[in-house]
Design a binder for this molecule. Sequence first.
Ligand SMILES: [Zn+2]
Length: 54
Amino acid sequence: MTVVRCPVCGKPFDLQQSEAVPFCSSRCRLIDLGRWLDEQHGLPVDPDDEEELL
Ligand SMILES: [Zn+2]
């Protein structure tokens, strides 16, 4: 038995019993994927930086 902590919810779980390693469940895997996509597409645009580029 290998107990690790889920990076999403922080819950300890058995690595060998999870269907969505390194997460505790496929639900947490989806949450992590959603966060990653938010970071890719939701970059805050700073109007000041844009002016400097022009
Ligand atoms: Zn989890």
